[in-house]
Design a protein around this ligand. Structure first.
Ligand code: GDP
Length: 424
């Protein structure tokens, strides 16, 4: 048996979905352990192209059991819509291949609205929320003001609890934001239309995982976003509201006794960042536009142009450390093929000194990037499948990065398709 977590090292959108889709061939179970419908994992395979928001990326393999763990923000409406969409594209989903933890907290209908109302109130001080209700959801979860998926099996008890929650939440909605209150009719419609549809998939996934562990099955933990968006270790307050790091996988998956043998950290060959917050090596103007175009850097969930810049060694080294990465998947190397020289941010200049230590979030506003320039390779590498067939400059670039971040780069991705990979 071996357990592995696939996690983002930077700001998210590193290509985790394509790596999970590839590596699931060696695993029996794939578990999503945090986050909700606020991210998009893009997967391209024999079924077509998918932007998965809530479903684990193992759903394309019929012999893999996919689990939404208790740490996930269970958005019944979006999950059901996503399930319908992938099934329409030929992917079979059954309660045998998709299991939802009965300990998942439900994202309630007002969470998305509260997200939008708060961003509207903040105006130019907004955090850049994806408006999927994630921050209001996790705040309420920790206040114990939401319901669990397992409550759906006890409708009378749940109804009484929902009524209390609604009355409490309506105070904020009407008095703070001057918006329309929720009614029980609205909640009944939500339960009928979405919660009842996902109910057959809800079960005691903790017991399932314990059994899988006892039988020596291989379990893959799939993270959403990246280390720099982790609530505790990221660029707070421009983080997400959950823990994205591998250390949280045992808790959020529902298998607290899990030992994680391998942590595959996904790093993109350059930097991107969606939304607000400090982004030290950000590029602007024509340079940025060229890189954004080459990498098709537009959000999978929102369609927003992503902020782009060169690879940031300072942030990446930090991400590798907090994730405890044991192996790196380096993605989108093919995107850099158009560059004569490859810029890389090696240090930050902060308070008159150069540092390669990632500072506290407040200090990031004052950090300036220091760049080194490596030779480009200027040819198409998207067909390359072997390390020795990569141009020398591309090999040198990988080896140079590997030395600086202190972790082996075992996978190099040169295209979005499942087989566009070099295993080293
Ligand atoms: P995730 O959230 O970490 O799964 O990443 P996203 O799905 O948001 O972003 C990754 C994007 O890059 C998707 O559109 C992928 O299809 C694409 N992609 C992944 N790996 C590669 C690669 O090696 N080369 C290229 N050109 N595209 C890639």
């Amino acid at each position: 048996m071996s357990n592995c977590a696939i996690v983002g090292i930077n700001w998210g959108d590193e290509g985790k979905g394509r790596m999970v889709d590839l590596l699931t061939q060696d695993y029996d179970v794939v578990v999503r352990y945090q986050g909700g419908g606020n991210a998009g994992h893009t997967v391209i395979n024999e079924f077509g192209k998918f932007a998965l928001h809530l479903l684990p990326s193992g759903i394309f393999r019929q012999n893999v059991v996919n689990i939404l763990g208790s740490g996930v923000a269970l958005d019944a409406e979006n999950l059901w819509k996503e399930m319908e969409q992938v099934q329409a594209q030929g992917v079979a989903l059954t309660p045998d291949t998709l299991k939802i933890s009965d300990r998942c907290s439900l994202l309630l209908p007002w969470h998305r609205e509260l997200d939008a109302l708060e961003e509207q109130r903040l105006q130019d001080k907004k955090y850049g929320s994806t408006k999927q209700g994630i921050a209001p959801f996790y705040s309420d979860k920790y206040q114990k003001k939401t319901i669990l998926a397992g409550d759906l099996f006890y409708p009378e008890r749940m109804e009484a609890h929902l009524q209390d929650l609604m009355e409490w939440k309506n105070l904020t909605i009407t008095k703070v934001y001057d918006a329309k209150p929720y009614t029980m009719d609205m909640l009944h419609a939500w339960i009928q239309e979405y919660c009842e549809k996902i109910k057959p998939y809800i079960c005691d996934t903790g017991a399932y995982l314990k059994q899988a562990q006892a039988e020596g099955k291989n379990i893959l933990f799939e993270a959403q976003l990246g280390a720099l968006r982790d609530l505790d270790y990221g660029i707070y307050p421009y983080t997400t509201s959950s823990n994205t790091i591998a250390a949280y996988a045992p808790i959020g998956s529902g298998l607290p006794s899990a030992k994680i043998d391998d942590v595959v950290g996904v790093v993109k060959a350059y930097s991107t960042c969606v939304g607000e917050g400090p982004f030290v090596c950000e590029w602007f103007g024509e340079e940025a536009e060229a890189l954004r175009e080459a990498g098709a850097e537009y959000g999978a969930k929102t369609g927003r142009p992503r902020r782009v810049g060169p690879l940031d060694i300072v942030a990446t080294k930090y991400g590798v450390a907090v994730q405890g990465a044991t192996n790196i998947a380096f993605t989108k190397l093919d995107v850099l093929s158009f560059m004569e020289k490859i810029p890389v941010c090696t240090h930050y200049e902060l308070h008159g000194k150069q540092t390669d230590e990632f500072p506290s979030p407040a200090a990031l506003d004052f950090a300036k990037p220091v760049f080194a320039y490596l030779d480009g390779w200027n040819c198409d590498i998207s067909h390359v499948r072997k390390w020795e067939d990569l141009p020398k400059q591309a090999q040198d670039y990988i080896l140079w990065v590997e030395e600086r971040i202190g972790c082996h780069i075992g996978y190099i991705s040169v295209g979005p398709e499942r087989d566009s990979i070099i295993i080293r």
